[in-house]
Structure formats: C-alpha cells, structure tokens
Design a protein around this ligand. Structure first.
Ligand code: 3HC
Ligand code: NAI
Length: 692
C-alpha cells in the first residue's frame, strides 16, 4: 500500500511509501483521498501528521504520467480536499518537498521540516507551471516577490529560509516524526495563523508586473513556462482564490502537452538514465577514496577542484617545482573565485587546499585509487607519464587520460594492465561544466567503466559513454558546427549575424564569439595534426585569422575586434576582407540569410553528424548526444538537445532540408542511418544493443 495509517493517541500518522521518491502517481493520490475521507469520519482523531518513508518527502507529481491523459483524483482536488479536512493536517518534511509534493504540504494546515530539508516548485524546469495551487497559495503565505522567485526560477530553498518566508511553521534538527507528533498534539491549543486560503493579496501596479516580465524573459531566454508562471502569480493577486486556481490549472494542462515540456521531460529522464547505463547493470565500481591528478594547468587544476568539491583527497603531480607552484596557485585561484561568488564559504578555501598534496614525485600516487592525467596534448609526453604510472601505482588503480583528441588506445599501448585504463574527458572549466565523456578502449574492463560512471555521480557530473574517434562525441560535433558556420560566412553571412541567429535559437553563445573566448589556437593545432594525418579540415577563414595572430580575445582580436581590455566584440573590417577573399576562392554563391536559414545551415548538419556518430557507435543513444550538446556546448535544454530537436521537427523535413543544403554545397550528404530513420520518424534509441 502506498499510503498507511497508524495512531499515536489522538494523532493519526499518515505515511506515504512510494519508492524511490514518493511521486504522486494515481494510486497514491487515490489512497490519500480515501485516507482524508476515513480520518474525517473518525471522531477519535484530532490531528493528522503526513510523513513519508524513504529518502524524501513527496518529490512531486509523477512525471512519467504527463504523457498520458490526467486521471482522477486530480491533484488540485486532492490538495483542496486536504485543505478542507475537518482535522488539522501537519506535513512533516524531510528530503525534498517539490512541485506537487510541496503543493500537498501547502494544502496541510501546518508544515514542519527537518533543517536539512528543501522545498520548491521546480515545475518550470519541466516546461510547466505548478498545477495544484502552488502559484496561488505560495504568494499568500510568503508574499508576491518570494513567490515569483520560487516559481519562475524553479530553484528549491532550504527549510530555514522557508521558515523565514512563512512557508514552514517549525524546524527540527532530528527525530522529525516525534517532533511532528508533539506539534500535532499541541496544535489544538495553538494560536493558528490564517491559512493560505484565508489570506488576501494586495494587487500590484502594472509597472511591477512589467518590470518582472522583463526580468523573467531575460533570464528564461526562449522558455515559455517561467513567463506563464509569472502570469499565474499575477492572476492570484488580481482574482479570487478559486478563479486563480482555475487559471493556473488551465495553463498547467496546456503546457503539459507542449513541445517544450516534452523536450524538458526527455532531458529529465535522459539525465537520470545517463548515470546508471543499462549495459553496466550488475557491474560493481571500484571504491574511490583518493585520486591523483597529473598536470596542474587549466584542466588539471579544474579537475582537482571538482574532486575536492566532492570531498576527495587529491595528490597533484607536476613536472617541476615551478610548475607545481603554478598549479597549486591555479587551484587556489579557482577556490577563491568560488568563494567570491558565494559558491563556497571563505573558510572553505583553506579546507579545500588542505586536502591537496602537491609533489613532483609520482611515488606519492602509490595509494591512489584513480589517477587522472591532464598533461600537454602530446602522445609521447602522455605515454611516458603512463609508463611511470605503471611503475608507481597500485596494479588495481584506475588510470585515466583527459585527452581531447589523441587516441586513448595509442596512449595506453604500452601500459601494463590496460584493462584499468580509460579516457575521462572533462570539459573546461572542469569545476563548473557538468559533462564528462567516458571513453573506454577495447581493453578497458567493465569495472573500470563502471568506476568512471561512479566518479561522475560523486562529482555531480553527467556522464556519457563515448567511443574512440577524433574528438569523441562533443568535439567531433563542434568541428561540424564550426565548419558550417564558416560555410555561411563564405556565402554571404557575417560573424555577428551567425552569432545572433544561434543565440536567438537558444544557444548560450554563438560559434564565433565562443571561439574568440576559448582561443582559435587550439583548433588550429588540431587542424595541423589532422593535415599531418592526411585529412583536409575545412576552416579557410579561421586559418587566415590564425596566420594574422588573431587568436581571439586574449590576442585583442579574433573573429571580432576588441578594444584594449574590453570583452565587447566589435565587427572587424579585417575579418570582413578575409571572408570576402576566402569566399571568392570557394566560389560559393552569395545569398541573403535569415536567422532560420542560418540555424538550418548549422544545426541540421550537426544532426547529420550526430547520426554518423551513432552509426559509428561512438555514441550509444541519441539521448547521449543530447546531453553532450546541452551540458558541453550550451544547446538549449528546452529544445531537448540536438537529436530530440531533430525528431520533434520531423526527420523527413530534416533530411529534405539537408538534401537541399548538400545540393547547394552547403552540407555533407545525408548519412544512411538518418535517411533510414525517416521511415519511423525516430532514431534508434539504443544503437549498440540493436546492432550487436
Ligand atoms: N516523477 C517520476 N519519477 C521521478 C520523479 C518524479 N517527479 N522524481 C524522480 N523520479 C525518479 C527518477 O527518474 C529516478 O528514477 P530511476 O532510478 O529509474 O532513474 C528516481 O526517481 C530517483 O531520482 P534521482 O536520481 O533524481 O534521485 P535523487 O535522490 O538524486 O534526487 C529528487 C531526488 C531531488 C527528488 C529528484 O529526483 C528530483 O528533483 N525530482 C524531480 C522533482 C520535480 O521536478 N518535481 C516536480 C514534478 S512536476 C509537479 O509536481 C507538477 C505539479 O505541480 C502538478
Ligand atoms: P595546460 O598546458 O594548461 O596544462 C598542462 C600541464 O601539464 C602543465 O601545467 C604542465 O606543466 C603539466 N605537465 C606537462 N608534462 C608533465 C609531466 N610529464 N608530468 C606532470 N605534469 C606535466 O593544458 P590543459 O589545457 O590543461 O590540457 C591538458 C589536457 O587536457 C590535454 O590533453 C588537453 O587536450 C585536455 N583538455 C583540454 C581542454 C581545454 O579546454 N583546455 C578541455 C578538455 C581536455
């Protein structure tokens, strides 16, 4: 039974037990409804404690039901039923009370919580608005401004803050059930504050709402739900309680079936599936208690920081004393910047550094469970590092490379015990970026792969398994993005036009401004290596800019000009001249570009490359490619990621447009997998399992 009742004198204890997170699936709603009815009819019950078994209070509506028609009892009715109960209900919150879970708590007469608990209305992160009174009751208890913050950002808050806002009545450090029972026993003699339904809201002036609309629109960049949630709160201040509830419900039901909500639900489940891949079921990861990092440059310091953030002791190895001191300073700089931004407390900087042992002597790694190499991108240097690690590390230690483009198979070619070797490709800045590509070689043991995924979980990263190819999943797609962006330039587009179109599509940055920020030299180095392998990378304008030393912001110019010390991109005449010269050489016909055409010319070929990545089994599932683009490259989450976006648009349309682009010599030919997938309209969801 998902809901059970027990008694403590005059107090009834209602326990919801629906693992893993007590989501409000239909049977839970029905059982709660029946429970309210039963307890209302029981004269021996004076008050009711609503508590949950397991790791959390009710975490919300059951998101997996959202693709189906709503089934009674509907959540708003259940919340109102609890609110109308003849006995006071007390929600006893531990873990998280989110979305519908918090709305159930708002229907209770009182809310008590463990200090460690969180409450929140994260619906906008799923492309919807709260659908069971969250936008109506929250402002009545916490005030309009606090409600706007909670509802339009979707960010949960801790219990102490919730208490300060009036959303929680009492906080306890421990023994929630006993405290809640005691609260319930005394409730009859307490002074009861007005309930949410009894409170009135003062309407705000139009200028207040206009100002908030501007702020929310700016923050949500293309997402519909936050502005609709704001409209619900406005309605709650301007109409009576029941009309406000009806208004909210209607918007909830409309948004529930929207493309954005479908996309965001897809990402929600893809993220959760990513960290526990089906193919590793039953494979026990190795314990990770101490990690070594080799190289304290940009990546090594970032990786060490993210390990320390997760509480792991770190040994940082550099090639000489001066480089070690620079590496440790890099690391301290990362923590100081985090403290400055309030991400960690000022005192944490020293605590984080105290967990780092810096040395130039690799024998300090003899106890490490895992070592992550982040030295120069040079095969000979990396091979010599791993030869040394083979000597000094425990034979069962996992040895990982952070290489971006080198073949991990070659790096490990002479390693003793190659089954413990793996690629762990972090993204820059490693302490911030959530994506972690996990790249096994042919020799890597499943346990080493499982340990990579376990590490990702410890670090709060999104792991994606990638096969070996130039650039793995992410950088391989990035090459296509850049190539296509240059093709647009060669046929009449400008860098600022391309960047603006891609931002309007929802990318966090355009391809040219992103290159100026990261530096054009890294890609130039990769192209040189590719030419060495007999390939012919396509970047005619970037090559010209690199020849001029225009490596981006750090060089004072790249795709754009930058005034001294400024990060503000300015269109550059020099760049325009070089685009014109490269266009004349390429012989592509100039055309006028709309934002939609630019997006098609860049993003559709990325979809084609994504399909080739699946075809080559470099990615196992389209959803993995979605996660790589969202968490590695700022692809709009509300579009569901690259491959979901293509499916939602319609694969026949995608292929038709790609054929047209190919005819115009603006894209590569469509790959077989993508063309075949037009029949079902779906890409194969698990390519490895289907084909092996
Ligand atoms: N519905 C269905 N399944 C859910 C769920 C939900 N609301 N929340 C979590 N799950 C599932 C996950 O998919 C996962 O399943 P799996 O084990 O098969 O992969 C499992 O529960 C555990 O989830 P996590 O891995 O996320 O567990 P954590 O312990 O790391 O986190 C949590 C717990 C903080 C509660 C987190 O799961 C979470 O944030 N959940 C989503 C909460 C949410 O968005 N609620 C609002 C829903 S919309 C709503 O309520 C509408 C209402 O206003 C009408
Ligand atoms: P970096 O040049 O900033 O740092 C490399 C560090 O390695 C230097 O501090 C150097 O002193 C140290 N080092 C070199 N040889 C060593 C040795 N034998 N023993 C110990 N330390 C040694 O380089 P960066 O950018 O940190 O890159 C490191 C690796 O991470 C490369 O393989 C790179 O391809 C990869 N990478 C880089 C990304 C980036 O955006 N910079 C992103 C993802 C991966």
């Amino acid at each position: 039974m998902p809901v059970s009742i027990s008694r403590e004198g005059v107090v009834a204890i209602v326990t919801v037990d629906n693992p893993p997170v007590n989501a409000l699936a239909q049977p839970v709603r029905q059982a709660l409804w029946d429970t309210v009815e039963a307890l209302d009819a029981d004269a021996s019950v004076h008050s009711v404690v609503l508590i949950c078994a397991g790791r959390t209070f009710i975490a919300g509506a059951d998101v997996s039901e959202f693709g189906r028609p709503p089934m009674p009892p509907h959540l708003p009715d259940l919340v109102s039923r609890i609110e109308a109960a003849t006995k006071p209900w007390i929600a006893a919150i531990h873990g998280s009370a989110l979305g519908g879970g918090f709305e159930i708590a708002l229907g209770c007469r009182f809310r008590v919580a463990l200090a460690s608990a969180s409450i929140g209305l994260p619906e906008v992160t799923l492309g919807i608005v709260p659908g069971a009174g969250g936008t109506v009751r929250t402002p009545r208890l916490a005030g309009v401004e606090a409600a706007i913050d909670l509802v339009t950002t979707g960010k949960p808050i801790r219990a102490p803050r919730a208490k300060a806002l009036g959303l929680v009545d009492a906080i306890y450090e421990e023994d929630l059930l006993a405290a809640a029972i005691s609260f319930a026993e005394n409730v009859v003699t307490r002074q009861w504050p007005a309930s949410a339904r009894e409170r009135l809201l003062t309407p705000q002036p139009t200028s207040f709402w206009e100002e908030n609309e501007r702020a929310v629109a700016k923050r949500s960049r293309g997402e519909d739900a936050p502005l609709r949630a704001l409209a619900c709160i406005r309605q709650a201040t301007e109409s009576d309680f029941s009309s406000a509830l009806a208004f909210e419900r209607e918007i909830f039901l409309t948004l529930r079936g929207s493309a954005q909500a479908t996309a965001l639900r897809h990402v929600f489940f893809a993220e959760r599936a990513a960290s526990r891949p089906a193919e590793l079921k039953g494979v026990e990861p190795r314990p990770i208690r101490q990690v070594g990092v080799i190289g304290g440059g940009t990546m090594g310091a970032g990786i060490a920081a993210t390990l320390r953030d997760a509480g792991l002791p770190v040994v940082l190895i550099e090639r000489d004393e001066a480089a070690l001191q620079r590496g440790l300073a890099n690391l301290r700089g990362i923590f100081e910047a985090a403290a400055k931004r309030g991400r960690i407390a000022a005192d944490d900087v020293n605590e984080r550094m105290a967990g780092v042992t810096g040395s130039t002597d690799e024998t300090y790694l003899s106890h490490a469970d895992m070592v992550i190499e982040a030295v120069f991108e040079d095969l000979a240097v990396k091979k010599s590092v791993f030869a040394r690690l083979g000597e000094v590390c425990r034979p069962d230690a996992i040895l990982a490379t952070n290489t971006s483009y080198l073949d991990p198979q070659l790096i490990a070619a002479e390693l003793v015990g190659p089954e413990r070797f793996i690629g762990l490709h972090f993204f820059s800045p490693a302490q911030i970026m959530k994506l972690l590509e996990i790249v096994p070689t042919a020799d890597t043991a499943p346990q080493a792969v499982a340990t990579g995924f376990a590490l990702a979980r410890m670090l709060g990263k999104i792991p994606v398994r990638a096969g070996i190819c130039d650039g793995f999943i992410g950088n391989r797609l990035l090459k296509t993005t850049r190539m296509q962006a240059e093709r647009v330039l060669l046929s009449g587009g400008s860098p600022s036009q391309v960047d603006a179109a891609m931002r309007a599509f929802g990318m966090s940055m355009g391809p040219f401004e992103a290159q100026d920020l990261a530096g054009l030299d890294i890609a130039a180095f990769q192209r040189k290596a590719a030419r060495g392998r007999g390939e012919a990378p396509f970047a005619p304008v970037a090559e010209r800019l690199c020849a001029l030393g225009r490596f981006g912001q750090k060089a004072g110019g790249g795709w754009y000009d930058y005034g001294t010390g400024s990060r503000q991109p300015q269109p550059s005449n020099v760049v325009a001249d070089h685009i014109a010269a490269a266009a004349a050489e390429a012989g592509l016909a100039p055309r006028s570009w709309s934002n939609a055409d630019i997006v098609d010319a860049i993003v559709l070929p990325m979809v084609n490359e994504g399909a080739k990545i699946l075809e080559d089994r470099v990615a196992l599932r389209p959803a993995d490619i979605d996660l790589v683009e969202i968490h590695g490259y700022g692809f709009p989450r509300w579009r569901g990621g690259l491959m979901h976006w293509a499916e939602a648009r319609g694969l026949p349309d995608v292929v038709g447009m790609l054929d047209r682009l190919a005819e115009l010599k603006l894209a590569e030919p469509v790959c077989e997998l993508l063309r075949c997938s037009t029949v079902t309209g779906r890409l194969p969801t698990s390519y490895l399992r289907r084909s092996s």
